[in-house]
Design a protein around this ligand. Structure first.
Ligand code: DGL
Length: 280
């Protein structure tokens, strides 16, 4: 089968519904600064967390196709909701027809792999979007890989809108973060680690830390996903050779670029000049 996409080496694609994926991209670029990247945020349609399986799948597939059309051979879904609701279908159903040599990787599996070495009590909390929590993806994957670990999840439907609406430093954020941390911790007082199972949540890290008991570790996915990608590229030299090495990053958003760029610049600590794209 001949692919409709260019076979030339290209940047690595990183996708999220919005700003959250930047928390993953930032860590990936620390560990793998030599590669080129294209970041795509579907900010115009975020949050994904309350949307149906079908819609998250359709939006994510559009994003993957867009990144493939830009030449990317490897796409990271830097989004738990998309990883929970769309990744498997895309890997099993769509890739063989789009281009069996391209790859799409998610963030849930590397996080689950890492948690076994982190918890001591075997009681792990997860904060996620309603979609991620309802999908039970973490519960299922952790039960398979670490059957001794007990999972306590809590959905935080207000956290992504706080980030997307630039309210993460507001008193409103304090109210919702405290309420949700208390709700998770009330499920079990022996939880010793909490996974931030949504890539937007590191952008609320200071507030989450403030209301979480000090003895509880808060686990961000960025460093975990970055290490896992590094390992993947070592194990797959055929893919590594298809990733260009210029150290650049292009930013694309489905929102108005002038709305996206200022906040993205703060998150990644350098000036971002984003391009507006339309997904269909
Ligand atoms: N940042 C995404 C995640 O990791 C999606 C958040 C959303 O759009 O609701 O789940």
């Amino acid at each position: 089968m001949t692919s409709q996409y260019s076979s030339r080496p290209a940047p690595i694609g990183v996708f999220d519904s919005g700003f959250g994926g930047l928390s993953i991209l930032r860590e990936i670029r620390k560990v793998l600064p030599q590669y080129d990247y294209i970041f795509l945020g579907d900010n115009a349609r975020a949050p994904y967390g309350n949307r149906s399986f079908q819609l998250v799948y359709e939006f994510t597939l559009q994003a993957v196709k867009h990144l493939f059309a830009q030449g990317c051979h490897l796409v990271i879904l830097a989004c738990n909701t998309a990883s929970a609701k769309a990744l498997r279908s895309i890997q099993q159903r769509d890739l063989c027809r789009l281009d069996p040599d391209r790859r799409v990787l998610g963030v849930i599996r590397p996080t689950v792999e890492a948690i076994g070495n982190i918890t001591k009590s075997g009681k792990v909390g997860i904060f996620g979007t309603p979609g991620t929590v309802q999908s039970l993806s973490y519960d299922i994957e952790i039960a398979k890989m670490h059957p001794h670990i007990k999972v306590y999840s809590h959905a935080c439907p207000m956290w992504v809108p706080l980030v997307e609406n630039r309210e993460s430093d507001s008193p409103g954020a304090d109210y919702f973060v405290k309420k949700d941390v208390d709700a998770l911790m009330s499920q079990c007082n022996d939880i010793d680690s909490i996974i931030l199972g949504c890539t937007h949540y590191p952008l609320l890290y200071d507030k989450i830390r403030k209301y979480t008991p000090q003895n509880v570790q808060i686990i961000e996915q960025g460093p975990i996903v970055a290490a896992s990608l590094q390992d993947y590229l070592c194990r797959h030299p055929e893919m590594e050779q298809r990733c260009t090495r210029g150290g650049t990053c292009q930013y694309c958003t489905t929102e108005d670029a002038s709305r996206f760029s200022p906040l993205a610049s703060i998150f990644v600590n350098h000036t971002v000049e984003a391009k507006h794209v339309i997904l269909s």
